[in-house]
Ligand binder design. Structure first.
Ligand SMILES: NCCC[C@H](NC(=O)CCC(=O)O)C(=O)O
Ligand SMILES: NC(=O)OP(=O)(O)O
Length: 325
């Protein structure tokens, strides 16, 4: 990065890809940090707190590593399993199972941490409630420090930044076709990853489309004018990157409407593309979402993506640290 501190674009919270003001700069910063850790002391004396209401492998370890690469102390807590059950409703009479209100919890955490990361998946039962982003919004409201989304009800912006970095590094030509393709899964999964990936691709200079069965269209708010195919084979034609991911229905909110194995990403599907790089955020159900022969091939970009989680987190934390006192 060139320029003085004042010219740098800082970031208060990172709760959605829309918090990125200059995507190209942020991608280049992450690629630069991957080559050389030029900010090893920026976070000295600062503490990063990572709170997980749900399971994680990559997000937890890569974000911890990113904090440490910046010189930060890192505190991680599985709040879902180990913390007091939190009340989020304003004015609640707390005479039932919730021991602590988010007002105190977020304020207390702000005494210990200079930046807070939060993972809280959607319930997938009540669309309006999930779309309110109650947990991440409450943290931004009641914490006095910046908040980073580690995957929330409707978005996974650190994953999407990772994906943008990975595409930038792996692309072999300028005008790319990128396809987000639904794949089957036995469980109802959030729309968070596909939502943020779609929003990220709309910010990039690529031809982007989504392929999913009928009933699986993402929210109009996310899709905007993105082309949606209900025929996977048609969408895959000439694709340079295919992001394979399951999500539950948005229309019939949270339901699993299909487990059709014709949508599993196989080597026959790969053959329809322009020798595409195949992406997935992980964890991936082998031979349900993506076939072994694809995951074990040169076309798979999933480990490259997982590695970039560290540098995406480092670039975001760096931006946040630059605007702290
Ligand atoms: N953070 C990356 C993905 C997390 C979550 N996947 C999952 O829950 C998979 C669980 C399973 O396969 O049982 C999702 O799709 O949003
Ligand atoms: N991709 C991702 O977020 O992985 P984890 O759920 O393991 O953190």
């Amino acid at each position: 990065m060139t320029g003085t501190k004042n010219q740098l674009i800082s970031m208060r919270h990172y709760t959605s890809v829309h918090d990125i003001e200059n995507l190209d700069e942020l991608i280049q910063e992450a690629i630069q940090l991957k080559k050389e850790n030029s900010a090893a002391n920026l976070g000295k004396g600062k503490t990063l707190g990572l709170l997980f209401f749900n399971s994680s492998l990559r997000t937890r370890l890569s974000t911890e590593k990113a904090g440490r690469l910046l010189g930060m102390e890192v505190l991680t807590m599985n709040v879902g399993a180990d913390g007091w059950a939190l009340e989020f409703e304003d004015g609640a009479v707390m005479n039932s199972d919730k021991a602590e209100h988010i007002k105190e919890a977020a304020a207390v955490l702000s005494q210990y941490c200079d930046v807070i990361g939060v993972r809280a998946f959607p319930g997938l039962k009540d669309k309006a409630k999930d779309e309110e982003e109650q947990v991440i919004t409450a943290f931004t409201k009641f914490a006095s420090v910046p908040v980073v989304n580690l995957e929330s009800s409707t978005g996974h912006p650190l994953q999407a930044l990772t994906d943008a970095i990975s595409i930038t590094e792996l692309k072999k030509k300028d005008k790319l076709k990128v396809v987000l393709s639904w794949a089957p899964h036995p469980k109802a999964l959030p729309q968070s990853v596909p939502n943020s990936f779609a929003e990220m691709m709309q910010k990039m200079d690529v031809e982007f489309c989504v392929a999913n069965p009928e009933g699986y269209d993402l929210s109009d708010r996310v899709l905007d004018d993105t082309k949606v195919y209900h025929d996977q084979d048609e969408a895959l034609k000439d694709a340079d990157f295919v992001y394979v991911k399951n999500w539950s229905s948005y229309e019939k909110y949270g339901e699993v409407l299909s487990t059709d194995s014709n949508w599993t990403f196989s080597k026959e599907k790969l053959a329809l593309t322009n020798d595409a790089k195949v992406m997935h955020c992980l964890p991936v159900r082998r031979n349900v979402v993506i076939a072994d022969e694809v995951l074990d091939s040169e076309n798979s970009a999933v480990i490259h993506q997982a590695n970039n989680r560290t540098y995406a987190a480092q670039a975001v934390l760096k931006r946040i640290l630059e605007q702290l006192d």
